[in-house]
Design a protein around this ligand. Structure first.
Ligand SMILES: NC(=O)c1ccc[n+]([C@@H]2O[C@H](COP(=O)([O-])OP(=O)(O)OC[C@H]3O[C@@H](n4cnc5c(N)ncnc54)[C@H](O)[C@@H]3O)[C@@H](O)[C@H]2O)c1
Ligand SMILES: O=C(O)[C@H](O)[C@H](O)COP(=O)(O)O
Length: 384
């Protein structure tokens, strides 16, 4: 059995080596002739999958080790009887930690002693938005949830949903919708001139869903105005050839890596291994946990003198600080314009190992119950 797989999927040999022969390919440039004789295709979000790639091949299973599926023509695969699996939720904690770290930087920039005094509008309350909402709620933030598809589908839900306009009133608005182009709640350019005009200079707009959910030209024009809000963008229209002028106007600019924790990536591989094993009728013997190495930093300690917000900020940023990715992206954009796309992909391919908060033990000596609860809410392991 031949498995054609994106070379950027971690642990290919460990998970799939005994299922078939593996042919590694560059996902961004994958062509039909590279996949013609394959039985199984494993991709990441950079490979458009549809008739152009697979028509007339013998591929019978496609797996994407990602949450997003907008690169896959799901209807066509179904019509062709080609099985498909994605990895819902695999990197939800990683994205939530990216947002938390951005929030901590924004609160600091605003001179707030208490970051939980920020109100946060979450647009798209699925695996990522829902994970984030639960953490923020436990930390005492005011959270507004906007998810019209869920609101329609769950009229009896306990969640109090708000409109997009109400979400846009929050200090921070963070987007976690998929990219959709059809239907009553299509998200393509959901945030355009009118929505951007509603945002004020003391507000922050975060996008770690898909770039095309925001009209990037409209955002650029808005960010050029004197009363512009701040923007933190992890995803961009036209990746990997992103607009350097928009990067320059963006407060925190990262190369689509919000979900790039090691845990998130390995769980993505694990979920596709499970789905493929089920498809082939094979036993599931391997687990993500057995392949996760010991983290480089395993413990941080705080004494009773540590101020609550400062302790959380230090531990959070010890795990993930988006300013490093921002600096790397800006540096990459100083190269020759024709190399920007390659540089964007290179930053993603050579991404340093990043571990989630759950990999770090936090030792708290003589700390308050509320500080302990805050650390637990974020997902740290506590050692009291
Ligand atoms: N930047 C990254 O590294 C990264 C990582 C993971 C996921 N993502 C992106 O984030 C998206 C969300 O991930 P998820 O796991 O939470 O997906 P999900 O499918 O679990 O949840 C998405 C939610 O968005 C809602 N939604 C759809 N249209 C909407 C609209 N018009 N307004 C408001 N809400 C709407 C859906 O009802 C759903 O509840 C993915 O589709 C992917 O594109 C990005
Ligand atoms: O959809 C997802 O899971 C994320 O956007 C994912 O992190 C994308 O990573 P890629 O497949 O492009 O490496």
């Amino acid at each position: 059995m031949l498995i054609v797989a994106d070379e950027n999927i971690p642990l290919l040999d460990a998970f799939f080596g005994d299922i078939g022969e593996i042919r590694r390919v560059t996902g961004r440039t994958l062509s039909r002739d590279q996949v013609e004789d394959a039985d199984i295709l494993l991709v990441r979000s950079v490979t458009p999958v549809g008739p152009g790639l697979l028509e007339g091949t013998r591929v019978k299973f496609v797996g994407t080790t990602t949450i997003g599926t907008d690169h896959v023509d799901l209807d066509w695969l179904e019509q062709q009887g080609i099985a498909f699996a994605a990895a819902p939720g695999c990197n939800a904690s990683s994205v939530a930690e990216y947002v938390l770290s951005v929030l901590s930087l924004f609160a600091e920039r605003q001179g707030r002693d208490d970051w939980s005094s920020l109100s946060v509008g979450i647009v798209g309350v699925g695996n990522v938005g829902g994970t984030l909402a639960r953490v923020l709620d436990r930390l005492g933030f005011e959270v507004r949830l906007c998810d019209p598809p869920r609101q329609d589908a769950e009229p009896e839900s306990d969640e109090a949903f708000v409109s997009l306009a109400e979400a846009l009133e929050c200090d921070v608005v963070t987007l976690h919708t998929p990219l959709t182009r059809t239907g009553a709640h299509a998200t393509h350019h959901m945030i355009s001139s009118a929505e951007l005009a509603a945002l004020r200079p003391n507000q922050l707009l975060i996008n770690s869903g898909r770039g095309e959910v925001i009209d990037n030209q409209a955002l650029k024009h808005r960010l050029e105005q004197a009363d512009a809000p701040l923007a933190a963008l992890d995803v961009w229209e036209g990746e990997p050839r992103i607009d350097p002028e928009l990067v320059a106007l963006t407060w925190l600019a990262t190369p689509h890596i919000a979900g790039y924790s090691l845990e998130g990536k390995v769980q993505g591989t694990e979920m596709i291994y499970q789905a493929l094993s089920q498809f082939l009728g094979l036993p599931v013997r391997k687990k993500a946990g057995q392949f996760l190495p010991e983290p480089a930093m395993s413990k941080v300690s705080f004494t009773s003198n540590a101020a609550e917000d400062a302790a959380i900020r230090i531990a959070l940023r010890a795990c993930y600080d988006p300013r490093q990715d921002d600096a790397r992206l800006r540096l990459a954009m100083t190269g020759a314009p024709e190399e920007w796309g390659m540089a964007f992909d290179q930053l993603r391919r050579d991404y340093p190992v990043r571990r989630e908060c759950s990999s770090l033990k936090v030792q708290l000596k003589g700390s308050s119950k509320s500080l302990q609860d805050s650390f637990k809410a974020i997902g740290f392991k506590l050692k009291i």
